[in-house]
Design a protein around this ligand. Structure first.
Ligand code: DAH
Length: 336
């Protein structure tokens, strides 16, 4: 009996296709390379062949055996790989990427940065003062009289903690950033140009335009011969840079104990009927304030101003309710 190797190879091709796991691999091995498998049968038959056939069949059967061995080895590897990859998802580079939401600066901080930036470009430096203050810095040194209503418990948060420097008086949460003026004057000699951003606290009932905590920025410039015209020029330049060249301003006479003369600044966009909106208080530093800070009488003059950050951000971005700044609603925060 002689063997048709090309037919055998075709069978091998077909059979190896159906090898998918350890079990079918073993079946394949037994069928071809087992003790009673085809290769053994061919070898066993060599003795029955003629002298001429024997070397040809011998050679072909060796080739077949080698081929089967390498096919087995290859399949064995494939099956092992499949097993170790089972449960792992394949990488699909065509899938859209996953993007992660990243946070950004809060609108109040952005506004503070923007305002500070404008003043820094005009030569001011930025300083900060403490949120827990004494009556001295928050009121007395600013020429606010002892019977002034803003000192009342209804207008200022007093802490249950005695002022270590003044007997019988409690510490408080600053109700404005103006105490920073005194602290700066005590620490630095003129000429000085400083802005002081920070949180302030007032026991106001919360509504669309009031909050018990909000932000102010205080400005103070001290030198010799500072006049109201310097104040007007400075604040006009500031408003134009913040709101644009088309902004209109007016200085309306007002009263603050720590400045004389004092004014409030109103702005208008002059769209249709003109409406004026108040954005800050300002004035020339009162002599009593210089005195409280220990400055020699009559030597220096200065200008000061204080603005509400929330109010400015609300005007600039058309925000109707101050509470939206503090509610941490992503839908609001994301817009700015
Ligand atoms: N401290 C004032 C307030 O909270 C704002 C203010 C007005 C500050 C006039 C000033 C100023 O420096 O000159 O209402």
């Amino acid at each position: 009996m002689t063997w048709n190797f090309s037919e055998i190879n075709q069978d091998v091709d077909k059979d190896i296709e159906s090898v998918v796991d350890q079990k079918t691999l073993e079946d394949f091995r037994i069928k071809y390379l087992g003790r009673k498998g085809l290769v053994q049968k061919i070898f066993a038959s060599l003795g029955t062949l003629s002298k001429e056939e024997k070397p040809i069949v011998g050679k072909d059967s060796n080739i077949l055996k080698n081929r089967l061995s390498s096919l087995l080895e290859q399949k064995q590897k494939e099956i092992a790989n499949k097993k170790s990859n089972a449960g792992k998802t394949k990488l699909d580079v065509s899938l859209p990427g996953v993007s992660f939401a990243s946070g950004h600066t809060h609108l109040i901080s952005q506004t503070i940065e923007e305002i500070c930036d404008i003043f820094e470009k005009l030569g001011f430096i930025v300083e900060e003062g403490p949120e827990i203050e004494t009556e001295h810095y928050n009121f007395s040194a600013l020429n606010i009289p002892a019977n002034h209503p803003s000192r009342d418990g209804f207008d200022t948060f007093y802490l249950n903690a005695p002022d270590p420097k003044e007997k019988g008086v409690n510490l408080l949460l600053r109700s404005h950033t103006s105490p920073g003026q005194i602290r700066i004057m005590e620490e630095h000699k003129p000429p000085l140009a400083v802005i002081i951003p920070g949180k302030v606290y007032r026991p106001d009932a919360v509504d669309a335009s009031h909050s018990f905590m909000f932000h102010q920025i205080e400005g103070l410039l001290i030198d010799k011969d500072i006049k109201f015209s310097h104040l007007k020029g400075l604040l006009s330049a500031f408003c134009k840079r913040l709101f644009g060249d088309k902004i209109e301003m007016r200085f309306r006479p007002h009263f603050f104990p720590f400045t004389e003369p004092s004014a409030e600044v109103d702005i208008s966009w002059a769209q249709g009927k003109k409406t004026w909106l108040e954005i800050m208080g300002c004035g020339l530093v009162h002599p009593a304030v210089f005195k409280a800070a220990g400055y020699p009488k009559g030597k220096y003059t200065g200008l000061a101003f204080g603005l509400g950050v929330e109010r400015i951000a609300m005007l600039k971005y058309g925000i109707k309710d101050i509470r939206t700044f503090y509610e941490n609603d992503d839908r609001f925060l994301k817009q700015f």
